[in-house]
Design a protein. Structure first.
Length: 254
């Protein structure tokens, strides 16, 4: 299966007049299998039965993820484990052989397999099992891991949720712009939800979308904000239209 890779690299449609396509749904399994392969199989089967296109796990070893003395950052009244290392150790039982089994189960269930690697070793063996990589927002400053994953030449979904704006600007966009030819590559930026400061929480307001590249005409927007986006030329889109609209703009401008 390569549905997710095709969606990222090609888009779902080259026409703005095409019917709205259903977005790809990725079920987040993480380590909710708690080290039990049968539980992991059940998560896969139920995600497939529920209509998800892919299911994503997490692949790590406590030894390479946290210090043995790293303090808990959660409510210990709800989760009594006292250190990050001990908590991660409870759920790091799967490795290469188990993820190969999960990949096989996904193939049988008709759902795409994904797992977020947290170190170079896991990234290396996962590269043989996945068409697309997902990088955790906690690793946006982990340059060696990002470079390792980039070396496989596969599409990457990079989260930024646990990063601040300075880290995103410096580590992601700064590195990206130094390593791409903007005459040949366009960049699209968006967000998963709006978080107005006045609300102190998420809202259902439309989020801004930015498409940038040497061959794309500037529509006069000066800032990446909801207010400026409302005045931009892209207009209001459904979420499932964003990729196809971006591809349409890029092709028409080049």
């Amino acid at each position: 299966m390569a549905k997710l890779r095709r969606s990222i690299t090609e888009g779902r449609s080259n026409s703005s007049h095409a019917p709205i396509a259903r977005p790809l749904i990725i079920a987040e399994a993480g380590v909710n299998h708690e080290g039990n392969i049968d539980t992991a199989y059940r998560l896969i089967d139920e995600a497939a039965q529920g209509g998800a296109d892919a299911i994503k796990f997490q692949t790590y070893k406590a030894e390479t993820l946290a210090s043995r003395h790293s303090p808990a950052y959660w409510d210990t009244k709800l989760e009594p484990t006292k250190s990050q290392y001990d908590l991660f150790k409870k759920y790091d039982q799967f490795w290469k052989a188990e993820y190969e089994q999960l990949k096989h189960r996904c193939d049988c269930a008709g759902i795409e397999f994904l797992s977020t690697p947290f170190d170079s070793e896991s990234a290396t063996f996962l590269a043989d099992l996945m068409d697309v990589f997902k990088i955790s927002s906690s690793d946006i400053t982990n340059k060696p891991l990002i470079q390792k994953i980039c070396s496989f030449g596969k599409p990457i979904i990079l989260s930024t949720g646990a990063s601040n704006i300075e880290e995103i600007d410096e580590r992601f966009f700064g590195t990206l712009l130094k390593n791409i030819d903007t005459s040949k590559v366009a960049v699209m930026i968006s967000a998963d939800h709006a978080t107005p400061c006045i609300n102190k929480g998420h809202s259902d307001d439309p989020v801004p979308v930015l498409i940038s590249g040497d061959g794309i005409t500037n529509d006069g927007s000066e800032r990446f904000t909801e207010e400026f986006a409302k005045k931009g030329e892209i207009g209001l889109l459904e979420g499932a239209q964003v990729v196809s609209k971006a591809i349409e703009i890029i092709k028409s401008e080049n």
